[in-house]
Design a protein around this ligand. Structure first.
Ligand SMILES: Cc1cc2nc3c(=O)[nH]c(=O)nc-3n(C[C@H](O)[C@H](O)[C@H](O)COP(=O)(O)O)c2cc1C
Ligand SMILES: Nc1ncnc2c1ncn2[C@@H]1O[C@H](COP(=O)(O)OP(=O)(O)OP(=O)(O)O)[C@@H](O)[C@H]1O
Ligand SMILES: [Mg+2]
Length: 397
């Protein structure tokens, strides 16, 4: 689409010359004025609709030719009806409700809504409806402007799909990388189950019901534990559309630490979680938040694995309230980064690891930003780095 640039009349002038005084535009004769406005409406790309707010069900009193082209109905078919005629089965009822509320309150509505042309093809309509008031302030009409933003919408959807696909691929990779420690983790309760089952069988011969009960209870708890570990891995590997819901970020952080427990232990890292008992909930996809924190934790572990003996290996996750939302801070005492690496981490994707993809931080950042939040990184006063995820609270628009 072409972009009109305003001409800049002073450019190219010698500095000494004064700008010519603007000539006042002569008023147009009424018939030219009317013709010019009609011609402008004719060539305009956006649809324009005016409805009468003083008559029940606000009938349409004017439609521009561009609106006719946009929806495929002729003015004759539309005039006197209500614009809801372009809505259809896929139109979001919540958006329709918002329009009704805005119109009722005499406010401007602006938003995207799925509409349908006369031939049934759907299109995304970027709709703006504003009230027109008479001298006494009474709303007499509404003017709506519509533009077809289907392509923009589709490219945004493709972008979301791509982000979800990359995030998923990165999750599968993380789970695969943690696979060995996960197998180890599942093996522990399974081994305990076998031991307890054998004991229960022995107690059966002696008819020792109390001991049998204890063994069976232990078996039940271990089986649950093993099941949970597998379920967590499965949740990360499963491909499903993102679903935002109110989530307790501290619970998610605790789950991440549970998931990485064996890996942390193998690396000799002490992990701490500081979380306030009552935190605002954040509306996010729980798996994506889990992944965002998991990526930071895996990076923190990798940054400390090379620490010299004696150097502290501490991972700290602090979850706190902030501006009605939540911040999740992941600090390590690893090798840290110089200014240049820090700047690179905050912008593009790159890796310094032989088997890294450099996608971890990119995925974390894009997941956090998709939820209206942001990711920051800073050097600690002592060793290592601190990554902070800032997430808006439930009331965030
Ligand atoms: C001037 C004007 C233009 C409108 N244009 C559209 C439109 O292009 N597409 C749409 O879905 N709704 C449009 N609407 C909204 C509907 O006409 C209607 O107000 C909305 O569906 C809410 O009312 P309802 O709950 O009674 O249907 C427009 C409303 C006005 C006043
Ligand atoms: N906690 C950290 N301490 C020091 N450097 C870090 C830390 N986290 C990330 N980095 C640096 O940022 C780079 C990018 O991290 P990112 O998670 O995006 O990719 P990666 O860890 O290299 O690969 P992958 O996540 O795919 O395994 C890392 O290679 C590392 O150099
Ligand atoms: Mg990483």
């Amino acid at each position: 689409m072409g972009v009109a640039h305003r001409s800049t009349p002073t450019r190219g002038r010698t500095p000494a010359s004064k700008p010519a005084p603007r000539r006042a535009a002569a008023p147009l004769p009424p018939e030219v004025d009317a013709w010019l406005k009609a011609a402008a409406l004719d060539v305009a790309d956006d649809g324009i609709v005016i409805s009468d707010a003083t008559t029940p069900d606000a009938p349409i009193v004017y439609v521009s030719p561009s609106f006719e082209r946009l929806v495929g109905y002729s003015a004759g078919e539309i005039l006197g009806t209500n614009c809801r005629m372009v809505q259809g089965p896929g139109t979001d009822r919540e958006t329709v409700k918002q329009i009704a509320i805005a119109l009722q309150a005499g406010k401007v509505f602006q938003g995207e809504i799925l509409n349908y042309r006369k031939d049934g093809t759907p299109f995304w309509n970027f709709l703006r409806i504003a009230p027109i008031r008479d001298a006494s302030g009474r709303v007499t009409h509404h003017v709506g402007t519509q533009s077809d933003v289907t392509e923009l919408h589709q490219s945004r959807e493709r972008e979301h799909e791509l982000r979800d696909t990359v995030a998923h691929a990165s999750r599968v990779r993380t789970v695969a990388a943690l696979g060995a420690s996960l197998a180890h983790e599942v093996n522990q309760p399974l081994a305990a189950i076998v031991v307890n089952a054998e004991a229960a069988l022995r107690f059966l011969d002696a008819c020792n019901t109390e001991e049998i009960r204890e063994a069976l209870e232990a078996i039940r708890d271990d089986a649950r534990r093993a099941g949970e570990i597998i379920l967590r891995a499965h949740r990360l590997v499963r491909k499903q559309p993102a679903q935002a819901e109110p989530v307790d970020a501290a619970r998610v952080a605790a789950d991440v630490l549970e998931f990485t427990r064996v890996r942390l232990r193998h690396a000799g890292i002490e992990a701490k979680l500081d979380a306030r008992a009552t935190l605002p909930r954040v509306v996010v996809d729980a798996v994506q938040l889990y992944q965002a924190i998991l990526n930071l934790v895996v990076n923190a572990i990798e940054a400390m694995e090379g620490n010299a003996p004696g150097a502290p290996r501490t991972l700290r996750i602090a979850v706190g309230a902030e501006d009605g939302g939540v911040r999740v801070r992941v600090s390590d005492t690893g090798h840290g980064a110089d200014d240049e690496s820090l700047a690179r981490m905050a912008q593009t994707f790159h890796t310094t690891k032989a088997r890294g993809t450099g996608l971890g931080l990119l995925v974390t950042r894009s997941l956090v930003e998709a939820h209206g939040g942001r990711l920051e990184v800073a050097r600690n006063r002592g060793r290592g780095l601190t990554f902070t995820i800032h997430l808006p609270g439930e009331d965030h628009p």
